[in-house]
Design a protein around this ligand. Structure first.
Ligand code: SF4
Length: 296
C-alpha cells in the first residue's frame, strides 16, 4: 500500500494546551493578569473546534481553555518538588493510564486515537476495533474504511483511521509486526508524535519519559514544578527537575491530578493534597457551605 499524505500526518493536538468543559463553578474562575501570564502553545487544528458544538460532537475535550492562565512566580526548589510529588503519589497510589488496552499494539493505537479526544470516548470504540483487528496484520486487512466505521464517534476519525492502518502496515513491513521500543522508530510511524511516543515508552516499556499533555502543561506551570511557554519547554524543565526515581510514575500522577483536581478553569485547591508545596498564587478557597433551609 502506498503511504498517503493524510496517513503520514501527525496528530494535530500533540501537546496541545488544556481543554476542559466549563461548569457553573468554573465561570467564576480568577482572571489572569497580563503580567503573570504564560501563553499556552498554539493549538494546531483548532479551526474545527471553533465551530459551536463541533468538538463536543466529535468527542473532543471541549471547549478550548483560555489562551492564558496564572502561573507560579518562581520554580520550586528540589525539596519542594519532592514534597509536591510525594503528595501526588499519596493521592494517586494506583495511578495508571485510563485508556483500555490489552497489548503494546493496542496501547499504541489507543494513544493515537486519543489525540483531541477524551480517553472515555476512545474506550467506547476500541473494544469493537480490537476485536476486529487485534494485530497489525489484521488492522491492515481491515482497511481505512472499516476502521473509520468503527471509530467514527471520535474526533478526526478519518485521519486517525488512515494513520492506524498505515502505522500497522509500517509495523508489519519494518518491525516484524512488533511495536518498536525507541523514540526514533516510534516517531517514524504514521500519527505518532513526541507525546504519543513518550506515553508508549513510559507505559509499555517502563522508560522514565515525561509526556506533556494538556493536564501536565497546566499543572507544571501553575505549581512551579516545571514552567515553560511551550510543551517542549515544559517537558525539558520536567526532565531536568523531577528526581530520577519519581520520573516514570510522575507521568500518571500529574495527568490524573490535572484532570480531576487541578482543573483548567478553576483548580480545586481546597481539596488538593499538594497545596502546601504548590506555588500557585491564586489558590481557590473552599466553596462556602449553603445556608441551611428554614422549615416553617
Ligand atoms: S494547590 Fe491548586 S493550583 Fe496547586 S496543584 Fe493543587 S489544585 Fe493545582
Amino acid at each position: 500500500m502506498q503511504k498517503t499524505k493524510a496517513a503520514a500526518r501527525k496528530p494535530e493536538n500533540e501537546g496541545a494546551p488544556a481543554v476542559t468543559a466549563p461548569t457553573a463553578a468554573t465561570r467564576t474562575a480568577p482572571r489572569a493578569t497580563p503580567k503573570a501570564v504564560a501563553k499556552a502553545p498554539a493549538k494546531k487544528g483548532a479551526k474545527a473546534a471553533k465551530r459551536p458544538g463541533a468538538a463536543r460532537a466529535a468527542g473532543a475535550k471541549t471547549p478550548p481553555e483560555p489562551v492564558s492562565a496564572l502561573i507560579a512566580p518562581r520554580d520550586m526548589t528540589p525539596e519542594e518538588i519532592r514534597a509536591f510529588l510525594l503528595d501526588l503519589a499519596r493521592t494517586w497510589p494506583d495511578a495508571k493510564t485510563e485508556l483500555h488496552y490489552t497489548s503494546t499494539f493496542s496501547l499504541l493505537v489507543a494513544v493515537v486515537l486519543s489525540a483531541q479526544a477524551t480517553d472515555a470516548s476512545v474506550n467506547r470504540v476500541t473494544p469493537a476495533l480490537f476485536a476486529a483487528a487485534p494485530t497489525p496484520q489484521a488492522m491492515v486487512a481491515l482497511g481505512d474504511e472499516k476502521v473509520g466505521e468503527l471509530i467514527r464517534t471520535i474526533g478526526l476519525w478519518r485521519a486517525k483511521a488512515k494513520n492506524v492502518v498505515e502505522l500497522s502496515r509500517q509495523l508489519v513491513a519494518e518491525h516484524g509486526g512488533q511495536v518498536p521500543s525507541t523514540r526514533d522508530a516510534l516517531e517514524k510511524l504514521a500519527g505518532v508524535g513526541r507525546k504519543t511516543a513518550n506515553v508508549v515508552l513510559n507505559v509499555a516499556f517502563d522508560q522514565p519519559t515525561v509526556p506533556v499533555d494538556t493536564h501536565v502543561f497546566r499543572l507544571a506551570n501553575r505549581s512551579g514544578l516545571g514552567r515553560g511557554k511551550t510543551v517542549a519547554a515544559v517537558e525539558a524543565a520536567l526532565e531536568r527537575r523531577i528526581p530520577p526515581d519519581m520520573k516514570r510514575d510522575s507521568h500518571h500522577w500529574m495527568i490524573l491530578h490535572g484532570r480531576y483536581v487541578c482543573k483548567a478553569r478553576k483548580p480545586e485547591c481546597w481539596r488538593c493534597a499538594a497545596s502546601g508545596p504548590c506555588l500557585f498564587p491564586a489558590k481557590t478557597p473552599a466553596p462556602r457551605a449553603k445556608p441551611a433551609r428554614t422549615i416553617r
